[in-house]
Ligand binder design. Structure first.
Ligand code: SF4
Length: 326
């Protein structure tokens, strides 16, 4: 039997191909933030990464070196403007790298070709990819229930929603264990009373580097009923076609695709207040200008830099926002 390889990656991409090949996908963002994040950043800076560079890039670099990986899939179009340079640094450290690009335009044929190249690289057929997709979709359907329990039934908090959805990028590399723990969580949540909150909030943007943002919102009698990008990682809506699935995934395309999804979800989830998270030194801060312009709900931009708790200045801004809009 072929040995399963550990394949790191930099953002959600057709992970079905990795599972179909019998390998273990590892989302570098998750192992960075769940590990000793501050140390990963320091190590990257010792290698020469500048202080004025997004902490996730530095964290992903050092987390990749420490994760006993066989290869990295770097998403160089449709994710981060620093992605290609990050993969060059990983290559320099001796890690084999495969580049995956989401097409600039949301084009079926182009994305189909890119997925086919990925399949060829990992030696799997489209039939095998679709088999893996069916397995993952059975878990994604349960995540859609969990998401509904956050926005409608309110049996699941915004923080729990964030944790489950953000980890659906790689299913911990072990879909069976992920599903069995998800089943146990849903069973326990089904017995809860609905979680009361005065303010129904949306969290937009990349996952937070702050460790306590969801807890601080709960302190202010608020909760997140919509985690935008984390929900995208769970790949709604679920269809039969792998190419359609990754065309429906809004994150790799322009801010206008994100806006369409956000506006629908804000309406359906009866959101009162919007928090848009931006990372220091991230190009997505430019997209945030358009999010703020086109959304007509009270909107607060939060900027994080290092992995830490919310600083007192940001806490004060949060409290003032609730005072003004409460
Ligand atoms: S937060 Fe922005 S700059 Fe940092 S890795 Fe993500 S996309 Fe890149």
């Amino acid at each position: 039997m072929k040995k399963a390889k550990r394949i790191g990656f930099t953002t959600s991409f057709p992970v079905e191909v990795i599972f179909a090949a019998g390998h273990i996908p590892v989302d570098l963002n998750n192992i960075f933030i769940e590990g000793n994040a501050a140390q990963h950043i320091r190590n990257a800076e010792l290698k020469g990464f500048p202080r004025t560079l997004c902490a996730w890039i530095k964290g992903n670099f050092d987390a990749a070196l420490a994760a006993n990986l066989d290869e990295v899939v770097g998403i160089v179009q449709g994710d981060c403007s620093n992605g290609a340079s990050l993969t060059s640094m990983l290559k320099e450290e001796g890690l084999p790298v495969w580049h995956f690009s989401f097409p600039q335009e949301r084009d079926y044929t182009e994305l189909d070709k890119e997925i086919a190249k990925l399949e060829e690289h990992f030696g799997v057929s489209r039939v095998q990819t679709l088999q893996a997709k069916r397995r993952l979709d059975s878990i994604r359907k349960k995540l859609a229930v969990l998401d509904g329990w956050t926005s409608q039934e309110r049996l699941v908090s915004g923080k729990e929603n964030h944790i489950w959805l953000v980890n659906s990028s790689d299913f911990w590399g072990d879909p069976d264990r992920f599903e069995s723990e998800l089943d146990a969580f849903l069973k326990q949540a089904s017995r809860r009373q609905p979680i009361a909150c005065k303010y129904r909030c949306a969290y937009l943007g990349v996952p937070p580097i702050y460790s306590d943002i969801y807890d601080r919102l709960r302190d202010l009698d608020a909760d997140v009923v919509f985690n935008e990008v984390q929900r995208q990682f769970s790949m709604p809506p679920i269809g039969d076609d792998i190419v359609q699935q990754y065309l429906a995934y809004t994150y790799p395309y322009s801010v206008f695709e994100r806006l369409e999804d956000i506006q629908t979800q804000l309406r359906e989830r009866r959101v009162d207040l919007v928090f848009s998270y931006t990372q220091a030194f991230c190009h997505l801060q430019i997209d945030n200008i358009l999010l703020k312009k086109h959304l007509d709900l009270p909107f607060l931009t939060l900027e994080g830099d290092q992995p830490e708790e919310l600083d007192s200045r940001t806490l004060l801004r949060l409290e003032s926002f609730f005072e003004v809009h409460g």
